[in-house]
Design a protein around this ligand. Sequence first.
Ligand SMILES: Nc1ncnc2c1ncn2[C@@H]1O[C@H](COP(=O)(O)OP(=O)(O)O)[C@@H](O)[C@H]1O
Ligand SMILES: CC(=O)N[C@@H](CCC(=O)OP(=O)(O)O)C(=O)O
Length: 311
Amino acid sequence: MTENLRPNLADAQRKAEALIEALPWIQRFAGTTMVIKYGGNAMINEELRRAFAEDIVFLRHAGINPVVVHGGGPQINKMLDTLGIESEFRGGLRVTTPEAMDVVRMVLTGQVQRDLVGLINSHGPYSVGMSGEDGATLQAIRRGTVVDGQQVDLGLVGEVTRVRTDQVDSLIDAGMIPVISTVAPEFDQDGEPTGAVLNVNADTAAGVLATALGASKLVILTDVEGLYGAWPDKSSLITSITADELREMLPTLESGMIPKMGACLKAVDAGVGQAHIVDGREPHSMLLEIFTAAGVGTQVVPADPAAASTK
Ligand SMILES: Nc1ncnc2c1ncn2[C@@H]1O[C@H](COP(=O)(O)OP(=O)(O)O)[C@@H](O)[C@H]1O
Ligand SMILES: CC(=O)N[C@@H](CCC(=O)OP(=O)(O)O)C(=O)O
């Protein structure tokens, strides 16, 4: 009997140590808002989606206000394929025709967002889904991009110029967890809605939201361990990088990492405490990042070492 109990006790004590390790981080972050971006490539497996929902509910019960911004690029691709609609990416962004825009809106707001809200709400009635269109929470202007020195027209692709933070804060104040899809109404230069809706890259939108909400952290989950200094060399993982170092590295980055690291840099430059890229393929990687001293993935910290010395 005693022999059976001892290993269990040791195991239980290890679990208690893990809980206690979280205490200083709970004390530090309770009452703050964190923006968590959940990417399409990290949400293709049901078990991972369930673990993600648990982590979000855990944050909420640790006194943190999580705001989820989700992507869905692979899910949009799948639906476009099914419908026989062609689409291409330029500089990491989807060239969005009116036909493709209908699919983006349907998949992000009607499918991916609904799934996430349902998974979170399997733990209790916490989550409310909204798109940038609801309450005109995300307001955008059209943007193109530059590829190989050439200006490229991306069609119905937007850049968020204004966030109605009051809409998000009122949900947080009511104890809810907002899950936001990055479809945004277009506004003209006079601040009037044009009636069009725009497709906004979810990483970029998450960064803008984190800044507008005064978030303590921006956490971006993706399908790699973090940022590699010499991609695709897996031994070149960067665990911590300052905003100034990242600024220098940014022009050398490729594909999906361009909007991700750009979002982290902008957010940290604008006062978000830290930004993180974590591996969404590992269950609970977000909790490990937030509640352990070592953290996981890549953290982007302000250039000022005093501000960066925390974790
Ligand atoms: N320096 C780099 N470090 C890590 N990943 C990189 C790097 N450069 C390009 N990548 C690619 O970026 C991808 C992540 O971007 P993306 O596919 O848009 O993810 P998500 O769907 O999660 O938003 C990785 O899977 C990897 O293929
Ligand atoms: C303009 C643009 O590229 N929008 C993205 C929006 C979804 C997204 O960002 O999804 P991930 O986070 O899964 O990549 C798209 O159409 O795929």
